[in-house]
Design a protein around this ligand. Structure first.
Ligand SMILES: C[S@@+](CC[C@H](N)C(=O)[O-])C[C@H]1O[C@@H](n2cnc3c(N)ncnc32)[C@H](O)[C@@H]1O
Ligand SMILES: [Zn+2]
Length: 449
């Protein structure tokens, strides 16, 4: 059973391991961009008092989870080490921090799901490589440019920076797409009409295309609907009519990957939805994303939800949602905003604890559990790989409970007392690296001279 609409106030790296695998249809994330700024909301705005930092150092990286990267993504680790040389330690810390989260996000996303990573040119090129490594380069679908207008930044030697980048990836090629929501009606200018389109007897403008995949039966049906034009050579072409609206003739056109029809909220702008929360995104942007990649009732996750734009958009469109933000002030704003914007919807849960996965079987450690683990491991300590008697082995949580690792069979193993002491309250990869280093040290002592 999945979570109800829930807001978590906590570091997302703690919450994500407690969310079921393959349980979310869409992830939108708008993490801090490594812009080396401290964002604060203006005094007097609804968000006053909220701020978040966008400066990175190695302290932001969860050291205990580093081994997960080393163990499963060695090529990515080399790439991140390269970033240190290219861009310095701060970008290296930032990309490591993000990679740790992407791994969990991929696990949580359904095979039919889509992830939208909102970033800007400061780090988008590094983040794209990370996404290629973790979600798969073949699952990259779009690099969307969100182009907006807003105050100019004076005095810089650059052209005004006026776009963000949204990287869109599926988890597989089975990703769900609402095709109708990928089109829009765009106005066709007068001169273009007569040069590019034809008019039928009833004065309706149309363009036509070769039959493509249409079968003979479909062509017959379209003929009855008045949608076939025959060429001089007797070949059918399928007519597509332009739509007449009060302000002109419009053509149904696929949205491009450059979005320039969604204004940004600007910190002091008068938009009703503007809370003043730093880097708040417009609801229209989230509506477009959610409509294109989810259906009603689907689950949407935003692990850096800020003032909950994604959650509000999801609520308005009848989708379920989970929002996570580390800031207390963000939570106050979410509560206030959801009650305002979504009116009657107050039915959501606010939590600060770590959720427990429901897609794995929960069992408390017992002699029976120990016996079955002993059989499974063939009497060998999972750390040092030494043969042991059952009395000399201890039950250990592979991912510690304090890090979201639950009481379930897949998370138990047997370790000898020595390995268990070294591992302590840390993930298994920590112990593996320690043992490897110890062996290397012993080997160099032995063969050193
Ligand atoms: C760019 S803002 C998101 C703005 C959001 N899209 C909106 O429309 O309001 C980034 C957010 O990530 C949050 N954040 C930073 N590190 C976090 C972490 N480790 N876990 C959860 N939230 C985090 C910050 O508090 C901030 O609210
Ligand atoms: Zn051992």
């Amino acid at each position: 059973m999945g979570l109800p609409n829930t807001l978590f106030t906590r570091d997302n790296i703690d919450v994500l391991p407690g969310i079921d695998s393959n349980s979310v249809d869409l992830i939108y994330l708008d993490p801090p961009f490594n812009s080396k700024r401290l964002y604060s909301a203006p005094i007097g705005s609804r968000a006053a008092g909220s701020s978040f930092k966008d400066m990175w150092s190695w302290q932001d990286v969860d050291d205990e989870r580093l081994e997960v990267l080393a163990e499963h993504y060695p090529a990515l680790v080399s790439f991140i080490e390269g970033i240190h040389g290219l861009n310095g330690p701060s970008m290296m810390a930032y990309t490591t921090y993000m990679a740790q989260r992407f791994i969990e996000l991929r696990r949580i996303l359904k095979p039919t799901g889509t992830v939208y990573l909102h970033c800007d040119p400061t780090a988008s090129h590094y983040l794209k490589c990370l996404m290629d490594a973790i979600f798969g380069a073949g699952n990259a679908r779009n690099e969307i440019v969100w182009h907006y207008d807003g105050p100019q930044s004076p005095g810089k030697k650059d052209f005004a920076t006026k776009h963000d980048v949204i990287l869109r990836y599926g988890k597989s090629d089975k990703l769900f797409v609402s095709k109708d929501d990928m089109y829009h009606l765009s106005l066709v200018e007068e001169p273009e009409l007569s040069t590019r389109y034809r008019k039928d007897e009833q004065g309706r403008w149309f363009y036509d295309l070769p039959r493509g995949d249409y079968t003979d039966d479909s062509i017959e049906r379209l003929k009855h609907e008045g949608r076939i034009r025959w060429t001089r050579n007797g070949n059918p072409r399928v007519k597509y009519f332009l739509e007449s609206t009060p302000d002109g003739v419009r053509r149904r056109k696929k949205l491009s990957d450059v979005w320039n029809d969604i204004p940004s909220l600007g910190l002091t702008g008068g938009a009703k939805e503007n809370t003043g929360y730093p880097t708040q995104k417009p609801l229209k942007l989230l509506h477009r994303i959610l409509k294109a990649s989810t259906r009603k009732g689907d689950m949407v996750l935003d692990p850096f939800c800020g003032c909950a734009t994604t959650c509000v958009a999801a609520q308005q469109l009848g989708r379920k949602w989970i929002g996570i933000d580390i800031e207390e002030k963000a939570a106050d704003l979410v509560v206030e905003r959801l009650s305002d914007d979504a009116g009657m919807f107050r039915d959501f849960v606010h939590r600060k604890d770590i959720p427990v996965r429901s897609d794995v079987q929960h069992v408390t450690p017992s002699p029976t559990v120990k016996e079955s683990l002993f059989q499974k491991q063939k009497g060998i300590c999972n750390g040092c790989m030494t043969d042991m008697r059952i009395v000399d082995l201890e039950i250990d949580h592979i991912v510690p409970r304090s890090k979201g690792g639950g009481d379930y069979l897949e998370n138990y193993q047997l370790l000898c007392a020595n390995c268990n002491r070294i591992k302590g309250n840390r993930p298994m990869e920590y112990l593996r690296v320690k043992i490897r280093k110890r062996r290397e040290a012993v080997a160099s002592l032995t063969f050193g001279e």
